[in-house]
Design a protein around this ligand. Structure first.
Ligand SMILES: Cc1ncc(COP(=O)(O)O)c(C=O)c1O
Length: 732
């Protein structure tokens, strides 16, 4: 670098803004340890045998200003079309008071999972609001504090049905073809390792028998039809099966809720309650069930308790995976579960209240009725059943391809099918939007009828049979904060009860404790990133593709792995995906029986939970009092299981914060006995630039940042692709 360039370079460095301690403070800390420099600290902490010995080959660091400029340029490569794709993802209005004071506020977005009740009463109260909202809207007795997404929610529900009915030898799970395709795929993926047989078919003709543990239906169905599942639920129950309903939360403001027509479990996405689309996430999903099943529920539950002085207080009262308690007996491996997004969804319900939600739902339904009436006038054929917000339209004149072409010219996305287009409306839709859709179905010409005319004639309420008559959101919290000032004060009141990065270093956790710099949060709210639907055509998401491929190549260099997948949406989901890859690798070598997963006793509880979800058997490896793996015990266990050893799961540096000297030997022992090493990347930050999992002997690693799953080429054989996990747009 020339001297002139140095003189002209930006003065503000990212590192100087985000590495807190200055040189004097660093020296003070080093002095306490009796070390002379940071290099000496690294030499003392990281075994010489695994040191990288060179600088990472990454692009030069940028200042915040430069980073934002670059991100702007990348954002502009995304095209924001008016979206009517639906499929469980809808555009929505994030009330500004929620956007500014929750989504864009470090007082809300920096907190860790509320394990420490005394510093988390604000978040816990908002999560309790979320649970109350879900119970009320679904008419079920108990709801947890969010799950990861609709697809995994459905899979968790399947596993819960299986657990509840396992003793009766039931292992068939029925999935109605009315469900969204991605939900069906995720359920299939999750069922395979557990030996659950998934039958996808017509719910009206499915014959329940003594093998069926549960059945999944979508309400309204993926094509928008509101179907009556009452008789289906009765049939299921008579045959001893449970019923799971994937429901649309907004529709439930005006439709009869699942708890009133026989659902045992209701799940779905809370995204359209004010959470931006963000090309597929993160969004919170919900999970509600009957009180009798609460101990089998996945995730965590906020409960009202009493503090030491007898005063009411909130705490996590049920954590099915938390933390080191259940291990391989865990009912789920999810942990952090999109709390920020659940908080936003709860705040949306509080801000609108029951009446506001009902009005939004009624308006969306009215717009859909008018759309349906107008399209019928244009000769289109529509769903036979009543609808809430989505239509499956067979064009009157013109082919589907012509409609889609015209739509693209108008910068509009419909859901494309072979002989029909799907159109899903949402709260952002205006009268102008309807007229534009009509003109597309009218060969590009304006229509001769008026919206008013259609509204007067056709915009009726949902048929009485499907209409909701029960009250919801009756708690005062949902009825007192409808002005911006009241809402603002409530949000601030809750925020003030919590300890976040605004106040101090958070003394807990490692994996989720990533830096969210303000400049990294800015782009989250930009429409070019926030408003993309996950199933938007890939050519509209070129900016996202650039981000993904940059991140993948940087992570490959940082981890020393050959391939990176950004699909998993949590550390736990990365573990799961990684273990499925390991299984697929063994299967590709005619060793599908390899199913023993060695896990040190010091490991985080999610490791054994994920192993069980992936169909593996957990064998514990002893640790010493500092959490280091007992190498002699590992050797014994690996040898004992050499014929069926699948892998070792190891966190590095360990959960106790130690770079174990013996890590190379540990990996070698596992490989010698035919196993692979899965390295939990929760503490990967500590390795960056110093050593790399891929060089140490790990085959797969994952962590949440968003969650990363990376693998060596050995494990990524053609027969071992990354399992489908999220929206197809990201998969390709
Ligand atoms: C060591 C370790 N592994 C895995 C996880 C799970 O990550 P996530 O909460 O993103 O599922 C955590 C987080 O708590 C962790 O600390």
């Amino acid at each position: 670098m020339s001297a002139a360039h140095n003189l002209l370079a930006p003065t503000d460095k990212f590192s100087q803004r985000h590495i807190g301690p200055d040189a004097a403070e660093q020296m003070e800390m080093l002095g306490t340890l009796g070390l002379a420099s940071l290099d000496a600290l690294v030499d003392a902490a990281v075994p010489a045998s695994i040191r990288l010995g060179r600088a990472l080959e990454l692009p030069p660091a940028q200042s915040e200003f430069e980073t934002l400029k670059q991100l702007r340029a990348i954002a502009q490569q995304n095209q924001v079309f008016r979206g009517y794709i639906g499929l469980g993802y809808h555009d929505c209005i994030t009330p500004p008071v929620i956007q500014r004071n929750i989504l864009e506020n470090p007082g809300w977005y920096t907190q860790y999972t509320p394990y420490q009740a005394e510093i988390s009463q604000g978040r816990l109260e908002m999560l309790l609001n979320f649970q109350t909202m879900v119970c009320d809207l679904t008419a079920l007795e108990i709801a947890n504090a969010s799950v990861l997404d609709e697809g995994t929610g459905a899979a968790e529900a399947m596993m819960m049905c299986h657990r509840l009915k396992e003793a009766e030898g039931r292992n068939v799970f029925f999935v109605s073809e009315t469900c969204h395709p991605q939900t069906i795929e995720i359920v299939r993926t999750r069922a395979t390792p557990l030996g659950i047989e998934v039958v996808v078919g017509n719910h009206e003709t499915f014959a329940f028998d003594g093998k069926t543990c549960g059945a999944l239906v979508q309400y309204p169905a993926t094509d928008g039809s509101i179907l009556d599942y009452t008789a289906f639920a009765e049939k299921a129950h008579a045959a001893g099966s449970l019923v799971v309903v994937v429901a649309d939360l907004l529709a439930l403001a005006i439709l009869k809720p699942p708890g009133e027509f026989g659902a045992d479990i209701a799940i779905g996405s809370a995204q359209r309650f004010g959470v931006p689309l963000g090309f597929g996430g993160p969004h919170a999903a919900f999970f509600a069930t009957r009180d009798a099943f609460k101990r089998q529920m996945p995730g965590r539950l906020v409960g009202v308790s009493k503090d030491a002085r007898g005063k009411p207080g909130l705490r996590l009262s049920l954590g099915t995976r938390e933390q080191h308690i259940r291990r391989e007996k865990a009912t789920s491996n999810i942990c952090t579960a999109q709390a920020l997004l659940a908080n936003m969804a709860a705040a949306y319900a509080i801000y609108h209240g029951p009446e506001g939600l009902r009005k939004i739902a009624q308006r969306v339904h009215r717009l859909t009725s008018v759309l349906s009436a107008g399209l019928q006038r244009l000769g289109c054929k529509m769903n036979a059943a009543p609808v809430f917000d989505t239509l499956r339209v067979v064009p009157g004149t013109g082919s589907v391809a012509e409609i889609l072409k015209l739509a693209a010219q108008h910068k509009i996305n419909f859901r494309a099918e072979a002989d029909a287009v799907g159109i899903a409306l949402d709260e952002t839709v205006t009268e102008h939007d309807l007229l534009e859709i009509f003109s597309i179905f009218n060969g590009g010409q304006p229509v001769s009828f008026s919206l008013n005319e259609l509204a007067l004639e056709f915009a009726t309420d949902v048929p009485a049979y499907f209409a909701r008559s029960s009250h919801f959101l009756t708690h005062p919290v949902f009825n007192h904060h409808h002005s911006e000032t009241e809402m603002l004060r409530y949000l601030r009141r809750l925020e003030a009860k919590d300890l976040s990065l605004c106040h101090a270093m958070i003394p807990l956790g490692s994996c989720t404790m990533k830096l969210n710099a303000t400049c990294e949060m800015f782009p989250v709210s930009w429409p070019e990133f926030a408003k993309l639907h996950p199933f938007a055509p890939l050519r509209q998401a070129q900016g996202y593709q650039i981000l993904f491929s940059q991140l993948e190549s940087w992570l490959a260099e940082i981890t020393g792995f050959a391939g990176i997948s950004l699909q998993p949406n949590a550390g736990s989901q990365g573990e799961y995906a990684g273990l499925l890859c390991i299984h697929a690798y063994h299967a590709s070598r005619n060793e599908p029986h390899r199913d023993i997963c060695l896990i040190p006793t010091s490991a985080h509880g999610t490791n054994p939970a994920s192993a069980v979800m992936a169909g593996m058997k957990v064998v514990a490896v002893a640790c010493d009092k500092d959490g280091n793996i007992d190498v002699a015990d590992l050797r014994v266990k690996a040898a004992e299981h050499k014929h069926d050893l699948a892998c070792l799961m190891v966190t590095y540096p360990s959960t106790h914060g130690v770079f174990e000297e013996s890590i190379r030997e540990i990996c070698a022992i596992v490989h010698e006995h035919g196993g692979q090493v899965y390295m939990d990347g929760a503490n990967m930050n500590a390795q960056v630039g110093l050593c790399r999992p891929g060089d140490i002997g790990a085959s797969i690693s994952s962590g949440s940042c968003p969650a990363i799953t990376s693998s060596t080429s050995a494990a990524r054989t053609p027969s071992a692709p990354f399992p489908p996990h999220r929206g197809a747009a990201r998969a390709s």
